[in-house]
Design a protein around this ligand. Structure first.
Ligand SMILES: C[S@@+](CC[C@H](N)C(=O)[O-])C[C@H]1O[C@@H](n2cnc3c(N)ncnc32)[C@H](O)[C@@H]1O
Length: 424
């Protein structure tokens, strides 16, 4: 698609199905060629208004994204604009890689099946790329959004006897490590950057994988694992993580596990995660300050109605070298639209990194960046984390398959499935 602007410069807005927006200044006498994602996945338009906010230093210079450099922004009054758009119209069936926004494929969307890792190597590769690497890169921003502990987890920790030894497996920024000073708590996490943040808060934490925790068997009175096990990409690995958690417990010791639920509407109640789909208002806030909350604190989408849950993204599509992303095994996973219901149990959830630039060789996914907007990628890269969201009964069933534990309690808490296990 080609659009030419002859008479007057103007700002065109692009919007990704996940809510990400980009404003691009189009100078007078410029020609804009839209291909690939910018043409098919993103919507674009010219918002009716009298003035555009533009980069003062680049006024009338070249096609470019409007950045957030407030020192360099100015208002530009619109005048009469003449533009010509040329589109090629396809007359044959379409098989593009954007089924969620493709008119020809819309009716067939449900036929597109995700594909999964087939073995341990593939699974750990997927998790390395779409869990560990991501947490490492978003650690500071992620941590800045994690300050409110969830009440039922606090209650569990406060109910433990003084002097209990407690391990927090996948402790993140150590949100729970200081909840009860009468406990001896130690955290561990795969992300070194998050473990460093725990250290800065003077908490005991170390780097390790939840599949293999270097703590002696039977040495813990209690364990917690909050919003971690849903990051494992096969049923075997999820089971193995729970088995490892149980190994740490002494007989009679208890473990509290939280995972994200497929059901974000339960007993006619929407979870906080869904309720926060209120446009941009609370986009960057903690999901729920001071009350129970879901494990994720992703920035929500704006009010895009587009269901991109089935906008399957072949992970190999990320191998655009110009954007520094690395290829991984050939899986197909749907990309979730934040703060909407889930349509698949295995999916990629976008994280919009705020307040951090990244080095060029690092690996923000390339999915939301229209060709040619490298600056934007550096300003606000989007990462994708892999999740397996659990259906009702699934977590409990996995736990019940272990002989060494008993399920003491199983419940739903704000979009999460939760169990308390007791070591036999
Ligand atoms: C959603 S965060 C939850 C953090 C923390 N439990 C909380 O409630 O704030 C998921 C955490 O799990 C960690 N994680 C993911 N996979 C892991 C693994 N295989 N072993 C250890 N930690 C892992 C991540 O690094 C991240 O800190």
């Amino acid at each position: 698609m080609v659009t030419g602007f002859v008479s007057f410069q103007i700002v065109m807005d692009f919007k990704h199905p996940d809510g990400h927006t980009v404003a691009i200044m189009l100078p007078r006498c410029s020609l804009l060629v839209m291909t690939g994602e910018s043409r098919y996945l993103w919507t674009h338009g010219i918002t009716p208004r009298k003035y555009d906010v533009v980069q003062a230093s680049e006024l009338g210079q070249k096609v470019r994204t409007i950045t957030a450099d407030v020192g360099d922004l100015t208002l530009n009054r619109r005048e009469t604009r003449t533009s010509f758009t040329f589109r090629k119209v396809r007359r044959s069936p379409c098989n593009c890689i954007y089924p969620s926004v493709c008119d020809s494929q819309k009716g067939q969307q449900r036929l597109v099946q995700p594909s999964f890792p087939q073995n341990e190597t593939e699974a750990s590769k997927l998790e390395q790329e779409y869990v560990h690497k991501v947490y490492e890169e978003i650690a500071t921003h992620f941590s800045s959004t994690r300050h409110s502990p969830w009440p039922q987890i606090v209650e569990f920790l406060r109910s433990l006897p003084t002097g209990s030894i407690v391990a927090d497996i996948g402790c993140g920024n150590g949100k729970y490590l200081g909840i009860n000073e009468d406990l001896y708590m130690v955290g561990c996490d795969r992300s070194k950057n998050l473990v460093d943040i725990c250290g800065e808060k003077h908490f005991q934490a170390f780097v390790c994988d939840a599949l293999s925790v270097p703590i002696r068997s039977g040495s813990c009175d209690a364990c917690i694992s909050v919003a971690v096990i849903h990051h494992f990409s096969t049923a075997e690995r999820r089971l193995a993580t729970i088995r490892e958690l149980a190994r740490l417990l002494r007989p009679g010791g208890t473990a509290l596990i939280y995972v994200w639920a497929m059901e974000q509407e339960y007993k006619n109640q929407k979870s906080k995660y869904l309720k926060e789909n209120n446009g941009s208002k609370n986009k960057d806030k903690e999901m729920n300050i001071g009350t129970a909350q879901g494990p994720l604190n992703d920035q929500g989408p704006d009010n895009s109605n587009q269901d991109s849950a089935w906008s399957d993204q072949r992970l190999n599509d990320f191998k655009d070298e110009s954007c520094g992303a690395k290829p991984v095994a050939d899986f197909r996973l749907p990309v979730h639209t934040n703060r909407t219901s889930f349509h698949s149990q295995d999916l990629l959830v976008p994280w919009h990194l705020k307040g951090g630039t990244k080095k060029k060789e690092e690996s923000a996914d390339t999915v939301v960046v229209p060709s040619g907007s490298k600056e934007l990628q550096e300003l606000s890269p989007v990462f994708h984390r892999y999740y397996h969201v659990f259906c009702e009964g699934e977590l409990e069933a996995v736990c019940r398959s272990l002989d060494c534990v008993r399920v003491q309690k199983s419940y739903y808490d704000q979009g999460n499935w939760c169990v308390i296990l007791e070591k036999l």
